[in-house]
Design a binder for this molecule. Sequence first.
Ligand SMILES: *[C@@H]1O[C@H](CO)[C@@H](O)[C@H](O)[C@H]1NC(C)=O
Ligand SMILES: *[C@@H]1O[C@H](CO)[C@@H](O)[C@H](O)[C@H]1NC(C)=O
Ligand SMILES: *[C@@H]1O[C@H](CO)[C@@H](O)[C@H](O)[C@H]1NC(C)=O
Ligand SMILES: *[C@@H]1O[C@H](CO)[C@@H](O)[C@H](O)[C@H]1NC(C)=O
Ligand SMILES: *[C@@H]1O[C@H](CO)[C@@H](O)[C@H](O)[C@H]1NC(C)=O
Length: 494
Amino acid sequence: MGCRALLLLPFLSLGAATTIRSRSETLSSLSLPTNPTPDPAVAYSYSVLYFEQKVDHFGFSDSRTFKQRYLKADKHWKRDGGSILFYTGNEGDIVWFCNNTGFMWDVAEDMKAMLIFAEHRYYGESLPFGEDTFKDSQHLNFLTSEQALADFAELIRHLKGTIPGAEGQPVIAIGGSYGGMLAAWFRMKYPHIVVGALAASAPIWQFEDLTPCGMFMKIVTEDFRKSGPHCSESIHGSWNAINRLSRTESGLNWLTETLHLCSPLTSGDIPNLKEWMAETWVNLAMVDYPYEANFLQPLPAWPIKVVCQYLENSNVSDTVLLQNIFQALNIYYNYSGQAKCLNISQTATSRLGSMGWSYQSCTEMVMPFCTNGVDDMFEPYLWDLEKFSNECFQQWGVKPQPHWITTLYGGKNISSHTNIIFSNGDLDPWSGGGVNKDISDTLVAVYIPQAAHHLDLRANTAFDPSAVLSSRLLEVKYMKTWIEDFYRNAKWQP
Ligand SMILES: *[C@@H]1O[C@H](CO)[C@@H](O)[C@H](O)[C@H]1NC(C)=O
Ligand SMILES: *[C@@H]1O[C@H](CO)[C@@H](O)[C@H](O)[C@H]1NC(C)=O
Ligand SMILES: *[C@@H]1O[C@H](CO)[C@@H](O)[C@H](O)[C@H]1NC(C)=O
Ligand SMILES: *[C@@H]1O[C@H](CO)[C@@H](O)[C@H](O)[C@H]1NC(C)=O
Ligand SMILES: *[C@@H]1O[C@H](CO)[C@@H](O)[C@H](O)[C@H]1NC(C)=O
């Protein structure tokens, strides 16, 4: 079966963290524009540029280069007292991330900021070897977070060296999910290049044993449990219902038909069918946004509530239960009414680079996940590094290095760093592996009730819970402090 994408697709607060209860409680002096609709009516306007990067930043014998794509928007940028907001691109098409990071566009004017969105190598158009990029482990060898950070550093030096007025300005790294981890790590490794980082929904502790492996799916389950009566129980019961129905040929045919699947199920497909369903529930948990949106798929507002309307009766026959499950899946796959059939090989937007991420998960980004079927609504699944490692070797010819990320970036021992905001939403399953409590005065957590995966990086809308609006204002406040500190210190230089 290989490394199926289950739980490998990233995207990615409480108590002592900055839990924000009401908008009026904080920061009334700051304000951000509020868009009347979640999707900007006018497309964002930017220039598309390319920068020549070395394929290998960490050796001297390889002089090959490739073109990294980046986007630049400088409408609100001021040479005097301005700033540069730099999106550390993650595992997908940078235009898609740009479209879904309205926060940066909303704050640009207030921060007199130039916006840069840098594409991550091996994703979108930034393929080091064109068609051969994913051919084999030799070509994939330069796909690492370290190389990506070095690309960002080189790009910033280039921008500062070529744009008059940019040189003396502070740069802030901003990213979400894996991009949020990159933003945080960029500040840790290159503090002379960025004055601070906003790391949204960045599960930097989803490695080794820093977070219990069951946490992620527990949060997914909790989202469904809270969104409707018997909702998580229905899903919990569906796995055995599928097992029973799939024992016979006629049961398999019935499932194919009832779930409107594109191709007929065989008994060998059942594990894939169940993983596809599980991944669908996970994706819904990530994008449980308060308004109609199209991130992974077009979806209604609060999609889990909508899904759960079909799953209120858990004490029903196997066939009724699976018919209900179909209605629920159909919300995720067919909200637009365009789907001809449901394809168990597809779960999310093709804007994500699933090949690149599969390789990264098999090398550096080794995130242990498990379920027990008691604290969560899934079938029990043990984290088995050896099995995972063998699958990775089969697929990519490489073996995972589960210790490397913590060795490189410190795991929990990061208190010597400064100026990083870690924001997480309580609905987001990735929040379990995130930083949800302040580590120091300048490594701060912003925990956002009623928020899914990096909702704070999306555009301000009238539909956002007030806690999300005030979290964004708080993030702006921190960023302005870093910028002020930068300019204050700059004055002392000769
Ligand atoms: C980004 O948004 C524009 C304008 O809405 C749209 O035309 C384009 O297809 C989007 N691109 C991606 C990659 O999402
Ligand atoms: C489930 O339904 C059956 C028959 O409709 C009923 O006898 C049983 O008590 C129900 N169980 C629960 C837990 O509601
Ligand atoms: C998707 O929705 C449309 C409109 O309701 C319906 O005609 C179509 O059969 C649905 N597709 C699937 C796969 O169920
Ligand atoms: C299902 O998805 C897979 C993977 O994207 C694709 O290769 C296949 O053609 C799709 N099948 C149908 C019937 O759309
Ligand atoms: C962090 O510090 C603890 C206690 O000193 C140590 O056990 C652990 O190995 C350290 N982690 C890393 C990644 O250095």
